[in-house]
Ligand binder design. Structure first.
Ligand code: DAK
Length: 258
């Protein structure tokens, strides 16, 4: 792959979007390579957490590739939106958690990518925004649907109507970012959290992700039904036995993912 780098350390995988000369903008090829990378990740049995970041020190992803957008017909735009939306939905429903390490500009499609992840850590130089209106278009990779879930509907609308950009600390104050770190410590902090997740019971974490993500779109009773179904399924897992026995015996559990 030309623009996507994937590496694995223990149970933690990292995807880096590496198209530095265009601030990691998402062109068609980047979207296709990311999809291909997800094909492998979805099949992997030994990953428990995923990190996604951008190469260089200036941008996470500066949006969809504006130069490529110029040539799109309405039909091609529909195809492009479908490809991007499908890809970002795969992040959202992936069985393992994904942390976005936002190390600079996360604009347009870059911001949409970050909010399709489970949560965001950002460096102090991060900038978030959905500035599509400045180009006469609108967010097309899920931004109109997902941003409000982080910051509330009125704040999301204001950001999209005005193309307002948020610095890392403002984004944290609005609930868009979980943690702000120095640029030098961002990856270390993200890896620390990823490794903490990777050492806990993976089947339980998958169930928590599923119940939280799917439950968010349900009303309370179907949501509780989903929760108790997944909860009871965990009692079939060896990890549940391992975790409970370790507590009783005052030991540290070694989860096996079964
Ligand atoms: N696309 C293509 N190239 C980009 C780019 C982008 N989004 N962002 C930056 N670049 C390129 C620049 O053109 C420049 O290339 P050269 O001129 O050197 O060849 C290089 O990256 C460095 O950028 P700058 O020289 O501009 O760097 P600065 O530090 O001066 O400024 C900046 C950084 C991030 C403030 C600026 O680059 C900028 O404003 N970039 C555009 C940000 C933006 O508006 N992003 C939102 C894009 S709209 C759709 C689905 C989804 C979407 C659209 C349609 N369908 C359904 C069809 C999503 C849309 C978007 O994401």
């Amino acid at each position: 792959m030309q623009f996507i780098k994937f590496e694995k350390q223990g149970f933690v995988g990292s995807i880096t979007i590496d198209r530095v000369q265009a601030l990691n903008a998402l062109n068609n090829q980047v979207i296709e390579e990311l999809s291909e990378c997800m094909d492998t990740i979805e099949k992997s049995k030994d990953l428990r957490c995923l990190i996604i970041t951008g190469a260089g020190d200036k941008a996470f992803v500066a949006g969809a590739d504006i130069k490529e957008l110029e040539t799109l017909s309405p039909e091609k735009a529909q195809d492009f939106a479908m490809k991007g939306q499908r890809l970002f939905r795969r992040f959202e429903v992936l069985e393992i958690p994904i942390i976005a390490a936002v190390n600079g500009y996360a604009l347009g499609g870059g911001c949409e990518l970050a909010i399709a992840c489970d949560f965001i850590y950002a460096s102090t130089n991060a900038v978030f925004g959905l500035p599509e209106v400045t180009l006469g278009i609108m967010p097309g990779f899920g931004g109109t649907q997902r941003l409000a879930r982080y910051v509330g509907l009125a704040r999301a609308k204001e950001m999209m109507f005005t193309a307002k950009q948020l610095k890392a600390d403002e984004a944290q104050a609005l609930g868009l970012v979980n943690k702000v770190c120095s640029p030098e410590s961002l990856m270390e902090e993200v890896k620390k959290t990823a490794s903490k997740i990777a050492n806990l019971a993976p089947i339980a974490i998958t169930a928590i992700k599923g119940a939280s993500t799917q439950g968010y779109d349900l009303s309370i009773d179907p949501g509780l039904h989903l929760e108790r179904t997944l909860f009871s399924e965990l009692f079939r897992s060896k990890d549940m036995q391992i975790g409970v026995k370790a507590f009783i015996n005052k030991q540290k559990p070694e989860f096996i993912g079964e």
